[in-house]
Design a protein around this ligand. Structure first.
Ligand code: DGL
Length: 285
């Protein structure tokens, strides 16, 4: 149950309730780390998740391609009457957030996974040096840097694209010596020298958070955005009077993918911490 005490100070709350679902999308199943955090924090909310597995990975795609995919996915989520659309992917948040917001208009609210962590950096790391790792799309877009600089809080953000990490995680390569080597090679890059914190700017990376934390031996804070994003969604829904009413039975979430394979379904367990049934939704056929 959500209480006003759990919300950041200054945000008004209302007692209004809205039982429509929260829509979320990602290039694949990585965004399930955000879905998991939202489901934990907001247990009465019904989630409609779309993983665009037919186009995975987004991290190597052009902004124009990601924008076209995102708009079509939003059509599906709007047909499902979602009150809120969460872009549970950093690459899509970087490439398509403004466009999606304009496209969706007043039909639903839209949140991305970048703004909450940028605000957190402004609050907790003013005047400090912070590293960031993500896909090529996220890092080359420079969106984090622009938003952090706009805060004018003296956060010195140093970013590094780490494109091998998504395929490595998708192949189940983590917590082993090969992934230790890949992670160590990236994190020893001069761009990330002398940082106080590292932002995991990809929704796949919570799965290697512990390995990254071990690399830094407690010297660097490793920031997994999913909890910050879920807390932000809760505060937003409460302020807008859009939280779901409490129900006696747990909500029936739906998880759609644009291309189905058994291995995607098996991998849901590691991202969502329980295996979920994936429904094939051939959006591109
Ligand atoms: N989960 C996506 C993100 O947060 C990365 C995966 C991909 O490249 O599609 O950027």
């Amino acid at each position: 149950m959500t209480t006003a005490a759990a919300l950041p100070a200054g945000l008004p709350t209302t007692t209004a309730r809205d039982s429509r679902p929260i829509g979320m999308f990602d290039s694949g199943i990585g965004g399930l780390t955000v879905a998991r955090a939202v489901a934990r924090r907001l247990p009465h909310e019904r989630i409609v998740y779309f993983g665009d597995t037919a186009h995975l990975p987004y991290g190597d795609k052009s902004a124009a391609a990601i924008q076209a995919y995102s708009v079509k996915i939003c059509d599906l989520l709007l047909r499902q009457h979602c009150k809120l659309i969460m872009i549970a992917c950093n690459s899509a948040s970087a490439a398509a957030y403004e466009l999606v917001r304009e496209y969706v208009g007043s039909k639903a609210r839209v949140l991305n996974v970048i703004d909450p962590i940028v605000a957190h950096l402004g609050r907790a790391y003013a005047g400090r040096r912070v590293g960031l790792i993500g896909t090529k799309q996220t890092v080359n877009s420079n969106v984090y840097k622009k938003k952090v600089d706009e805060l004018d809080a003296g956060v010195d953000l140093q970013s590094l694209a780490t494109p091998l990490l998504v395929p490595m995680i998708e192949e189940g390569f983590f917590s082993n010596s090969i992934s230790d080597d890949i992670i160590g090679t990236y994190l020893s890059n001069a761009a990330l020298a002398d940082i106080d914190a590292l932002v995991l700017a990809c929704t796949h990376y919570p799965l290697i958070k512990d390995q990254i934390a071990r690399y830094y031996r407690g010297q660097v804070d490793v920031l997994d955005a999913s909890d910050v994003v879920a807390a932000d969604a809760e505060a937003y829904l409460a302020a807008q009077g859009l939280l779901a009413p409490a129900a006696a039975t747990p909500p029936a979430h739906h998880f759609y993918v644009s291309d189905f394979t058994r291995s995607f379904e098996e991998s849901t367990r590691i991202f969502f911490e329980q295996e979920v049934h994936l429904e094939h939704y051939p959006l591109w056929e």
